[in-house]
Write a protein that binds this ligand. Structure first.
Ligand code: ZN
Length: 303
């Protein structure tokens, strides 16, 4: 017995390191993708996100630690639709890992798994701002899309690791069931926003609006990625007053001065929404994200 007590911790360590080795290494560009990969991958995967949910995912600086992660990855999950266009291509090049290059099984662009909104027709010019010709990439903010994304991740994991394909499928189905259970509650809590006009800071919430039935009628940014000017803010003031717009929603990482000014001038309520898993303490998975968004939107309404 005494000897067993000495051996047991060693055995446990060995087991942990063996399963650790077998785990598929998944690298994601955002924490939302990491949360979905963890939900369907469970103990068979090890997931790391290249960016934290506290930061604007349009921008990232390629650090050596990020290159190392991509170098070791078996599977790379990306938002796509040009979300990471400014920082991922050089990172992929530096990491020299053919498994995760576009077109290979270790590369999964989730934008191909959901209905993309806001696709532009006609020629795209930089004069329109930081626009994405491939459509709006903020699609993870519709919980229905979360199910599409999780299904695609589970299917790809099953291809890369056929031994556990049935487990991935089972975990996906459990995730989807939970999402379907929670969606009516979120909708009921946000019913007061139904058909209401709302202003967003950036064009990031069209999927959220689509999922919960409110309308985004204007943005604080005069063009995507372009900071507001005195002239654009004054035009916005007129719009808010004319249409009696009650709520402004924005991500935590944008400047607050413009929103404060609009609030002072019109009384518009400002809801700073966590836009990603990891954006705030306590948002550790995809369900937490929508719980938090619903809570913030309801508080904004009560003020
Ligand atoms: Zn954007």
């Amino acid at each position: 017995m005494n000897r067993l007590r000495h051996i047991l911790p060693g055995l446990l360590l060995l087991m942990v390191s063996v399963t650790g080795h077998a785990a598929l290494q998944i690298v994601t560009t955002t924490q939302d993708l990491a949360a979905l990969a963890e939900a369907v991958g469970g103990d068979y995967v090890k997931v790391q996100s290249l960016t934290p949910g506290t930061r604007d995912p349009h921008f990232a600086a390629a650090k050596p630690s990020m290159i190392r992660k991509v170098f070791r990855a078996d599977l790379l999950l990306i938002i796509g639709a040009d979300m990471e266009i400014g920082w991922l291509p050089p990172l992929l090049q530096s990491a020299r890992n053919s498994r995760v290059q576009p077109g290979n099984p270790g590369h999964l662009d989730l934008s191909g798994t959901v209905p993309i909104l806001g696709k532009l027709s006609g020629p795209v010019s930089r004069a329109l701002g930081d626009v994405h010709a491939k459509g709006n990439p903020h699609y993870w903010l519709d919980p229905r899309n979360g199910a599409h994304m999780a299904r695609a991740i589970a299917a790809r994991l099953g291809e890369l690791d056929p031994e556990h394909a049935a487990d991935y499928e089972r975990r996906f189905l459990a995730f989807e069931r939970m999402l379907n259970d929670k969606l009516p509650g979120w909708r009921a809590e946000l019913a007061h926003l139904e058909s209401k006009p709302v202003i967003a800071y950036h064009t990031s919430f069209i999927y959220l609006a689509d999922a919960f039935g409110f309308r985004i009628v204007d943005e604080v940014e005069p063009k995507p990625g372009i900071a507001p000017s005195a002239a654009s803010l004054s035009a916005l003031l007129t719009h808010i007053k004319a249409d009696d717009i009650g709520v402004l929603i924005m991500e935590p990482y944008y400047e607050r001065r413009s929103a404060r000014y609009l609030n002072e001038q019109t009384g518009i309520r400002v809801a700073v929404l966590p836009q990603s898993v990891g954006a705030q303490k306590g948002i550790d998975n995809y369900f937490d994200l929508f719980d938090a968004i619903v809570a913030v939107l309801n508080n904004a309404e009560d003020n």
